[in-house]
Design a protein around this ligand. Structure first.
Ligand code: ADP
Length: 432
């Protein structure tokens, strides 16, 4: 199509030439009349076109773009091209959005996009059924008004989403959901809900099985151990040449008893999902007791020291924490050769409180450190067994600390020693 400027130029030139001819063959008045009437007719056509355009803008439809004449023809055909490209982009975007919606709704997890103030901006059909939402009516409503669970609301407002939250019985008391919150940029959040009812059932069956087996084994083992002990103590009951078999049997029954006790402790902590009862614990007394226990266990083979911040106490379950911190202390004694040093400390670190056990014992290679809290994970099975270990100690420690929102930090160097620290959050710290 000819450029609009050329078109205007040709029109003016042609009009002038024709007007000149009219002037030449007639009079100047006729030429002027011809010139002005043509210009007026042209202007009228343009006004009609502009009016058509104005009408079109009120109801813009691709099929109804007006066809102009003259200069407006250029503008209208540019408009048509622009509208066509726009429509194509719209179609592509709609197709992409539809594909995204199909994929998002096919994901078995529920997805919800929340605004900065936790209002629902979008969600999938699985999120609707899992969380009892209805996007049509609940759009832009705060999720806390719809999922009414005080712990969930506390989790939502905590802004600490490192660990998922287990939400029970939103629509059905049987259903357990795992909720993950992920920050999307600085304002929005993505909430992912996953139905873990079956997994939880299997896990609870596993826990029950271990607890039941351990419980059932405890009585016969106590009886067998008791008889072995009685026989060993009875003079002349055991011939001297087989006495060492009896002492081996005694060691093994003691080991099995320890294993069963640890398994029972672990399944008790695992099945007890309620947060521990928060009571103030006098940490000065606890640290002193752990120091005395370490000395009794060491039997003078190590140099043991302790220090504590006097005004610093802790909120938590005293029995559980005593068992967890005691485990760290007994590990330090068991994995530090004779003559080594062990230092127990209870100090403030920023707003947090830290219980540390530092030893210069055998240390641990870096590759093992992340796996130490797994059940039965031992760096050296022989040494663990020799020192009366079950391989469950640090698994118990981790569980207890997690229940107290605390973290276990381990740093170690092979042959140089280890530091095990339990770091408690500010909310659990009590200043006397
Ligand atoms: P165990 O009953 O075998 O001691 P734990 O769960 O308490 O089981 O510890 C797991 C493993 O971590 C131990 O087998 C040991 O290899 C290692 N470990 C724990 N504490 C220490 C420590 N203070 N020094 C060196 N190794 C340690």
């Amino acid at each position: 199509m000819i450029d609009i400027r050329w078109k205007a130029f040709f029109f003016v030139c042609t009009l002038c030439v024709i007007s000149l001819f009219v002037w030449l063959f007639s009079t100047a008045i006729y030429a002027l009349l011809f010139f002005s009437s043509t210009v007026l007719a042209y202007l009228a056509i343009q006004v009609i076109d502009i009016h058509a355009l104005q009408k079109w803008f009120k109801k813009p439809q691709l099929q109804a773009v007006p066809e102009g004449v003259g200069l407006s023809e250029n503008i209208f055909s540019a408009l048509l091209r622009y509208e066509r490209a726009n429509q194509q982009k719209k179609n592509e975007l709609n197709a992409a959005l539809e594909r995204f919606n199909t994929v998002a709704n096919a994901i078995p997890d529920g997805l919800v996009i929340l605004s900065e103030s936790n209002e629902i901006e979008w969600c999938t059909s699985n999120a609707e059924s899992q969380l009892g939402l209805d996007l049509k009516t609940d759009l832009h409503l705060p999720i806390a008004n719809l999922v009414r669970n005080s712990n969930f609301i506390a989790y939502l407002n905590s802004e600490d989403y490192e660990e998922p939250y287990k939400l029970k019985g939103v629509r059905n008391t049987e259903v357990i959901l795992e909720i993950w919150l992920i920050a999307l940029g600085s304002k929005q959040k993505l909430l992912i809900s996953r139905d873990i009812t079956q997994l939880e059932k299997i896990d609870s069956m596993r826990r029950d099985f271990i607890a039941n087996v351990s419980h059932e084994l405890r009585t016969p083992l106590t009886v067998v151990g008791g008889f072995i002990e009685t026989l060993s103590d009875m003079e002349g009951a055991i011939p001297e040449n087989i006495r060492n078999y009896f002492s081996m049997m005694q060691d093994q029954t003691t080991r099995m008893r320890r294993l069963i006790e640890d398994l029972l402790t672990l399944s008790h902590i695992e099945s007890n999902t309620q947060p521990p009862e928060d009571r103030p614990i006098a940490m000065q007394g606890m640290v002193k007791m752990l120091f005395n226990d370490a000395n009794a266990l060491s039997q003078g083979k190590h140099k043991i020291s302790c220090e504590f911040a006097e005004n610093l106490d802790l909120l938590g379950a005293v029995d559980e924490l005593q068992s967890a911190l005691g485990n760290l202390v007994s590990n330090a004694v068991r994995y530090t050769p004779t003559g080594g040093t062990i230092h127990i400390s209870w100090q403030q670190r920023g707003k947090q409180a830290v219980f540390s056990v530092i030893d210069n014992g055998i240390g641990i290679e870096q590759q093992h450190i992340s796996r130490l809290t797994e059940r039965f994970y031992r760096v050296d099975r022989g040494r663990s067994r020799e020192t009366g270990g079950t391989g469950l100690g640090l698994a118990i420690v981790k569980h207890i600390l997690t229940r107290h929102q605390a973290k276990l930090e381990i740093s170690s160097e092979l042959g140089a020693g280890s530091t095990f620290s339990a770091i408690f959050p500010a909310a659990r710290v009590v200043h006397k």
